[in-house]
Design a protein around this ligand. Structure first.
Ligand SMILES: [Zn+2]
Length: 612
């Protein structure tokens, strides 16, 4: 029976680290006169780590929206401020700032001492939390919703009343790298996996959209009830809305008096909810949006893994587009292409953030890069174009390199020197990195590997090593060099053709590597008879090469390029006179920074080629 046990063990190797668990039960009231809210929380926290914890940390994100906060100062001192923030926080008045406070926090009934630290609260536990034990925190909280500046707030530019993201005291994540009590400086998040049961009370005129599934649709109405059951609203001018979300790592919501709420369904999949302002200008584009989003979810389900929750909501709000579990806040006054584009990107985050919850601060390229990669594929499906759907990622990365603002992609998202450098790295480099891996392992293997990655790392916090190991096992290729050097350095890639010479009935081709970054090399030899021969030169470091059936075209694998050699020569068994051209990376799948030396055209009477 031992032979049966082995594959099961091997299948668990990725993403099988311990992870903490939370269960929030919250009761919250929002007053739309003074924009203040208060609530109570019961939070069951399970310590699955091997460590005894003597303290925990909470995020109090709304405290970022106060003059002098780390977000404020960073925004006023960075070379290229986000124009949504600029110096707006410094100018906020007492009724416009954000505020978040935890009151009377008890651990299993015993009062704990807390130390406020701006957007972070340190809590000294009343008693140590032992490995594999749970404890229950009970506390009140209150705060003020800031005017909308970044991601969350009241009265956004499109007049949505409340965009409630990063709004509740949120327990920080503790994992094998320790605590992640990041201050809220500008970039994104990392949360503890768990379940949320949230009851929101506010003026009954508001329509609420939230993470999770509404538990009492027949008591609230507002477009939620389905079937024949009659609406049974309680009397009074306030309504209670209870939302439950399981297996998520955050909870966001939005509210407006003027939301139009419609529902569609992905066949065999989730309900899609749409919330937009009742504005005739929005109607034509938002009417078309559901059809595109159904197709987007279908494409993602098929090619990247099945969406696991029963519902997803597209909500007008926020300041651009931001992903939350089971929900996105997007600005809605856009032409159709832009509205579909932002909706695709944010909902695709349900895969790369929602399900594969990589630490967005620590590994921003895993969050935005994978999302951009899959979004480009979806957009190609929705709006087919002749050009490579990932081309703009290569262009963005190239612009970054040439700008001199290129920093190692392994940096924490808040620590890039410029916003532009962060953006181009997380989005363009990240997408390029995923796509370029297809040139190493083969396009078919990349796609199969992405599905495998989803299967083994779902509802976990995957790190680069998890994706690397999935792809290594899938392809049989060692990928340390790819993940180490592309992610941790700013080295660039450039290969070129150095010489082409006729030799006893065949042709010798000599290639050279002129920059430090490493990649295997694909070479296409176009013959005068109209056919093309494809060759693949793996790196010695790979200890293997992509398999013959891993690409959509046949190719021949040559001897490995010993990686310390600056040049590499191989023989093509075709006379020089029969060759029309030779091209490195014919599909444009690598970030080769100088393509001028990638192709050699050979006139019929050419005696050969030598780069001057
Ligand atoms: Zn994104």
């Amino acid at each position: 029976m031992a032979s049966l046990a082995l594959p099961a063990l091997a299948a668990q190797a990725q993403c099988d680290r311990w992870q903490q668990r939370v269960k929030y039960t919250m009761q919250v009231e929002l007053n739309d006169q003074d924009h203040r809210f208060s609530g109570t929380t019961e939070l069951v926290y399970t310590n699955n780590s091997p460590d005894t914890l003597r303290e925990v940390f909470f995020h109090l994100y709304y405290n970022a929206f106060r003059p002098g906060s780390e977000m404020d100062v960073r925004s006023r001192t960075i070379a290229d401020p986000d124009e949504r923030v600029g110096s707006r926080i410094a100018a906020l008045g007492p009724h416009e700032v954000g505020e978040q406070e935890v009151i009377d926090l008890r651990q299993d009934g015993q009062l704990c001492r807390s130390v406020p630290m701006g957007t972070v609260l340190k809590v000294l536990l009343a008693k140590p939390l032992l490995p594999r034990k749970s404890t229950t925190f009970a506390y009140g909280f209150k705060g003020q919703v800031p005017v909308q500046i970044r991601r969350a707030g009241r009265n956004n530019a499109e007049k949505v009343a409340y965009s409630m993201a990063q709004w509740y005291p949120k327990l920080a994540e503790y994992d094998q790298r320790g605590w992640h009590a990041y201050p809220y400086v500008g970039r994104e998040f990392h949360g503890v996996w768990g379940d949320f049961d949230v009851t929101l009370t506010m003026d009954s005129a508001y329509t609420i959209a939230a993470t999770g599934v509404l538990q009492n649709p027949h008591e609230v109405g507002h477009g939620y009830p389905t079937g024949k059951k009659a609406l049974k609203r309680p009397t009074g001018d306030r309504l209670k809305w209870r939302f439950v979300a399981n297996n998520v790592h955050d909870f966001a919501w939005a509210a407006d008096r003027d939301f139009v709420h419609t529902v569609d369904r992905v066949p065999g999949g989730p309900e899609l909810h749409f919330f937009r302002k009742n504005d005739p200008e929005l109607e034509p584009t938002w009417k078309e949006l559901p059809g595109y989003m159904v197709r987007s979810f279908q494409h993602m389900d098929k090619h990247f893994g099945k969406y696991p929750w029963p519902q997803y909501s597209f909500v007008q709000g926020g300041d651009g587009g931001m992903e939350y579990p089971m929900l996105t806040l997007i600005t809605g006054k856009r032409r159709l292409g832009s509205l579909v584009g932002v909706s695709v990107h944010e909902s695709v985050h349900s895969w790369y953030y929602g399900v594969l919850a990589s630490n967005e601060g620590r590994f921003p390229w895993m969050d935005e890069g994978f999302t951009e990669y899959a979004s480009s594929e979806v957009m190609q499906e929705l709006f087919p174009r002749a050009e490579d759907p990932h081309r703009s990622a290569f262009e963005g990365y190239g612009t970054l390199v040439r700008s001199g603002r290129h920093e190692p992609p392994s940096l924490h998202a808040d620590h890039f020197i410029t916003n532009r450098g962060y953006g181009a790295t997380a989005y363009s480099f990240g997408e390029m990195f995923v796509h370029q891996l297809g040139a190493v392992v083969g396009e078919k293997e990349l796609r199969a590997g992405l599905l495998r990655y989803y299967d083994v790392c779902r509802f976990k916090h995957p790190e680069p090593i998890d994706f690397e190991r999935v792809m290594e096992k899938r392809s049989g290729i060692e990928l340390d060099w790819y993940f180490d050097e592309w992610i941790n350095t700013t080295r660039t890639l450039d290969y070129g053709i150095r010489t082409v010479l006729g030799t006893d009935g065949g042709t010798m081709v000599e290639l050279e590597r002129t920059e430090e970054q490493l990649m295997p090399v694909d070479v296409a030899v176009a013959l005068r008879d109209g056919t093309t021969q494809h060759y693949h030169i793996p790196l010695s470091l790979q200890r293997g090469a992509k398999r013959p059936d891993s690409e959509t075209f046949p190719f021949e694998v040559l001897a490995p390029w010993q990686w310390t050699d600056p040049t590499y020569a191989f023989r093509v068994p075709v006379a020089l006179a029969s060759i029309k051209s030779i091209t490195i990376d014919p599909l444009g799948r690598t970030a080769d920074m100088d393509r001028s030396d990638n192709t050699v055209e050979l006139p019929a009477d050419a005696a050969g080629f030598a780069r001057p």
